[in-house]
Design a protein around this ligand. Sequence first.
Ligand code: URA
Length: 311
Amino acid sequence: VKEHLVYFTEIGIDRIDADLPEVLVNQKPVQDNGEISQDQGQRFVPDEEFPIAAPAEKAKVEEVKSENTRRKLFDKARLSDMKVTTEERKSTLKIEPVEKTIEPIMSSEPKLKDTIVGDISDALPESKETLTEIRAAIGTDCNRCVLCENRSQVVNSVGNPNADLMFIGEAPGADEDEQGEPFVGRAGKLLTKIIEAIDLTRDEVFIGNINRCRPPGNRQPEKAEADVCKPFLLREIAVVRPKVIVVMGNTACQNLLDTKIGITKLRGSFKDYFGVKVMPTFHPAYLLRDPRKKREVWEDMKTVRAYLDGN
Ligand code: URA
């Protein structure tokens, strides 16, 4: 409700009339000990007694890119060490924007290898580098895509290098661009609450974005821009080796899983990335615009928590 009110204020609505049923008007949040709770309204977790939204339609089967294609994506990551010339960078401008159309659905199930010990999915490639080395390879003056022209600074991933859980977003916004850290603005504060709702802290998880530079006007990164920046994130995944990756929103989900299927279809069940469980869910910025979607995110996060707990 608070987020909603802040949002209304931001768009210029300063007065709302609503005829609420008396039972709601008089309802006070009460704790187990009978006292009125101070932190009601601050908590992200919806009450268990609330009716849970109908489960989203199950994604149809998606065909996963072949092992070779995925391997090549990793190998290409190395190319991103190279600096690009101004001409090459400008040419990224000519590349067609990300297609918004949803293609026929491919298999989102992990590709399984028939082995002596049974069916297993292809594992994450071994990494011999460190997060510091990856960060040094990116550099503070990265000019691999046009986003460098308007950003204040490169916003690198943060968090626990041994995290079991990783969160991936789209690209920095204004606050992140100013402070040099991902998810520190309004959406970031909500992400912190989401993390805490599953009994973890920001320091215990790893947080990154597909793109490390703020797109002008917070627009979605173009495909060409994501293609040059994403390899660094893939290298970080190979170093951190989390058990679960939560991809928040379409950009993160479609770029990591290399699919054009929308987040509404994909969210709610685990997908595979080199044997790592991937949970697609809504982006916290979307939750700020439509807080009713918090219920689905809470369901997704409970699934993640249960998996981390070994269930
Ligand atoms: N949104 C994102 O996707 N990433 C950030 O770091 C902040 C907002």
